[in-house]
Ligand binder design. Structure first.
Ligand code: GTP
Ligand code: SPV
Ligand code: MN
Length: 584
């Protein structure tokens, strides 16, 4: 259907391996969407929700052992092991291709292979990068339609070039023993087999836009990051943009769509992206960011009219719901929705469920896939090929203790150290134990496509190249009191913290110098209309020396993994913190 030779040849080669009954080249038209949706509904792969309540919405349930990213089955297959580094699983490319080919061999027999040409980034811009995903899943096709610019537009962008990211996906038999997410950064190739869950199979997202793109970014001098992008407009109409890296299920979507609290009248927020930022140095010497995605693949549980009304509206039509509770008559429900659960339903595993079941109706990592353009707060700039200029970069995670509500780095290098030492309690977004603290540098631990030590070096070098770099901050919305409750109200009220951050970028905002960085003075945050218990703000901003000394020990243990790949500058910053604590 398309006449790009390199694409045709590669598709033929992959079809020889996977042996589909037929190959369908997708054009991205509406007619095609309707036809595929009807087919997926006919085969039971997807269901229509009540089309009056949820126009254009679909339901999908993945296999119950296939509901999150699988980091232990995710590999970076660089030709040298050293290039994958100590934080990635590595396999030699030849071995990886061979191992996966055994599973791909004939895996599409009796099925259709869909060819999805897509663009990550913006068509016609240097950041419009083309990928092609071959898949045997209509669910993947319909998700990629929302998450990317797909079809004819992508082939036009590609022209007769042979530079595109080659993605091969097959559900195969969905056997976790035969599941691999393999990345070949040097070949711009991704092979994913044996899964049907989001991050494992929507190859434009984490696989391309972070793992492969981070490798491209290192070579080409830009940054591919696990960051939301948000514009904050003050009452005078001035918009400042921030980009923030929090680990999976730690609040990016929520911050990206935040609604100002009543007390902060006159402020507006503009959503540019909720998960991924591609950033490069602009002609004006600032760092400019685009969101390479066209949709949101957001965490459902906890979303309600108070926490994130914008997400509810965004996902009220033309949305795919995965692994939430199915109520009667094409309705859905999830934990944390401010509506009573149905008297009975079918849970994410496919089993009958009632509110007395004592189990989750929706999987904690259940997701919505919704077009970004439907978000009430979507920024008019979100498709601007130039991107938006970034004033502040934020790092953050879930820390019950240790990290204060917010602090600012002394400079870029110190900020890179802050990102490199990030830690967070694990969530349901990846298979494995939930709630254990782990180091997750820049929220990129599962997504960096090369050696993390080289990645830090790249960050340090970028700092030297950006004439007007953003200021760097660390935030923590998740500090707990002695009873285990969140001290900070979070969500919309996070704007209070963002406003302090923006004033710091403008040379204002009061702060105290501490061993870890600038911390706001108690009076520096606008807390008007907030009903915090006495002492809460002091405790949110408190830095406990003993706890931090322990924290620093953990950082050092982590750094030991990197040997001589640990940039000297990072170690210098580590020593400087120790010294400021009087422990040099
Ligand atoms: P990924 O899509 O996995 O990369 O996650 P994300 O970083 O976009 O996370 P998201 O915004 O979806 O938040 C995940 C969970 O954190 C949800 O259950 C939210 O309700 C909760 N959450 C988000 N922001 C806050 C906050 O400010 N305070 C508290 N206490 N919880 C929050
Ligand atoms: C994450 O886990 O960080 C996500 C969801 O954003 S996934 O696309 O599955 O990676
Ligand atoms: Mn994410």
């Amino acid at each position: 259907m398309y006449n790009n030779k390199a694409v045709a040849q590669w598709v033929e080669e992959m079809a020889k391996l996977t042996k589909p009954d037929q190959i369908i080249w997708l054009d991205g038209s509406d007619e095609e969407r309707i036809r595929l949706t009807e087919e997926a509904v006919r085969t039971g792969e997807m269901k229509y929700l009540d089309q009056v309540k949820y126009p254009g919405c679909l339901y999908h349930r993945t296999a119950s052992n296939d509901v999150a990213r699988v980091e232990h089955l995710t590999f970076i297959c660089s030709s040298k092991k050293e290039d994958a580094g100590p934080t990635n699983n590595w396999m030699a490319p030849a071995e990886a291709y061979k191992k996966a080919a055994r599973i791909f061999d004939g895996s599409m027999r009796g099925r259709t292979m869909y060819v999805i040409p897509y663009i990550m980034g913006i068509k016609g811009s240097p950041f419009g990068k083309v990928g092609i995903e071959l898949t045997d899943s209509i669910y993947v096709v319909l998700n990629m339609r929302i998450m990317t610019t797909m079809g004819k537009a992508a082939m036009e962008q590609l022209g007769d070039s042979n530079v595109f990211v080659k993605g091969l996906h097959s559900k195969a038999d969905l056997n976790p023993e035969r599941r691999y997410i393999m990345h070949f950064p040097e070949d711009y190739t991704i092979w994913s087999v044996g899964s049907g869950y989001g991050g494992n199979v929507l190859l434009g997202k984490k696989c391309f836009s972070l793992r492969i793109a981070s490798h491209m970014a290192q070579e080409e001098g830009w940054l591919a990051e696990h960051m939301l992008i948000l514009g904050i407009e003050d009452p005078q109409g001035k918009i400042s943009y921030i980009a923030a890296a929090f680990p999976s299920a730690c609040g990016k979507t929520n911050l990206a769509m935040l609604i100002p609290p009543l007390a902060l009248k006159g402020y507006k927020t503009w959503t540019v992206g909720d998960d991924i930022a591609w950033m490069r140095i602009g002609e004006d010497g600032r760092l400019w960011a685009i969101n390479p995605e066209a949709g949101f693949f957001g965490v459902v549980p906890g979303t309600n009219t108070k926490t994130n009304p914008n997400a509810l509206i965004t996902a009220s039509k033309n949305t795919i719901y995965t692994n939430v509770l199915e109520g009667p008559d094409g309705t859905i429900w999830w934990e944390g929705l401010d509506q009573d659960p149905p008297a009975h339903g079918i849970d994410w595993k496919g089993d009958p469920w009632t509110p007395d079941s004592g189990t989750n109706g929706a999987h904690p990592n259940s997701r919505f896939t919704a077009p970004a353009g439907q978000c009430p707060s979507i920024s008019p700039e979100w498709r601007n090929p130039k991107g938006v200029p970034i004033s502040a970069l934020l790092f953050g995670g879930r820390r019950a203790k240790v990290a204060p509500l917010v602090y600012q780095s002394y400079n870029w290098q110190h900020g890179v150290f802050m990102g490199a030492t990030m830690a967070s309690e694990t969530t349901a977004a990846a298979t494995g134990e939930v709630g254990v603290v782990r180091r997750d540098p820049m929220a990129m631990l599962p997504f960096c496509g090369y050696h993390m030590g080289d990645y830090w070096k790249h960050w340090l070098e970028m700092g030297k190249k950006i004439p007007n770099p953003p200021n760097i901050f660390h935030v923590n919305w998740f500090r707990l009191d002695e009873k285990g409750k969140f001290i900070w109200p979070g969500f919309g009220d996070n704007l209070r913290v963002l406003n302090w951050i923006i004033s710091r970028c403008n040379g204002k905002g009061e702060a105290t110098e501490t061993p870890i960085g600038y911390v706001p003075t108690v009076g520096a945050l606008n807390l008007e209309g907030l009903d915090l218990p006495a002492g809460a703000i002091e405790s949110l901003l408190n830095i406990d020396k003993e706890v931090w000394i322990e924290e620093l020990k953990g950082q050092l243990t982590f750094f030991e993994k990197f040997g001589d790949k640990l940039p000297k500058e990072i170690m210098d910053e580590y020593k400087a913190v120790l010294e400021r604590f009087g422990k040099a």
